[in-house]
Design a protein around this ligand. Structure first.
Ligand SMILES: [Zn+2]
Length: 82
């Protein structure tokens, strides 16, 4: 293993990481990243941050209040169709 191409490895790792978080990475790519972050704290931390950001966005979207009128509006539309 060559240690002087570490930067390339990190760049590749972070690119695949994006795919992983979007569930678009292949099994090979995932194991590549998992192996890499075991020995690279920089990429490991990057992964944690990216995960947290995505979790945060998910929670924010889930917590969005549904406007009061919307539920009854949808309900009346459904009833009109029956
Ligand atoms: Zn790295």
């Amino acid at each position: 293993m060559e240690s002087d191409n570490g930067l390339t490895t990190c760049n590749e790792c972070l690119e695949i990481l994006e795919l992983m978080l979007d569930n678009e990475a292949s099994k090979e790519q995932e194991s590549y990243v998992n192996e890499h972050i075991e020995s690279c704290i920089h990429c490991f931390e990057h992964m944690q941050v990216e995960k947290e950001i995505r979790e945060l966005i998910k929670t924010k979207i889930a917590q969005l209040p549904v406007p009061d009128g919307l539920a009854s509006e949808i309900r009346s539309k459904i009833q009109m169709n029956y």
